[in-house]
Design a binder for this molecule. Sequence first.
Ligand code: MN
Length: 132
Amino acid sequence: MSRKAAAKTVKRILVVEDNEMNMKLFNDLLEVTGYEVMQSRNGYDAMEQAKKQKPDLVLMDIQLPEVTGTEVIKWFKADPDLKDIPVIAVTAHAMKEEERRIRESGCEYYMTKPISLPHFLETVAKFLKFPD
Ligand code: MN
């Protein structure tokens, strides 16, 4: 693939995260890897942005203001336009019961903070089939 053609297929990731330090970490890590990042800090905004921008992948924090990431994932999965976008749920604490609820929300993958950087990037790449 030529350089020009490759530039057109940059994968776009919507990061939903209300903690600024984590947002910066995810943003910088993904950008430096070659992805385009869109940022959202709450569930309603995430839905709105996703509908407009059609990201290739969503990274979803679970502890969010107003509506939990678990609920937002259910909205995504119930929406015909959004249901096929892979969602990786990221959460700080994983009580068994909460972990079960998150998994049942329909997310494609689930990981706990603090994230392992190699595992994180590998997982993102796997869902984006990047590089291809
Ligand atoms: Mn949070």
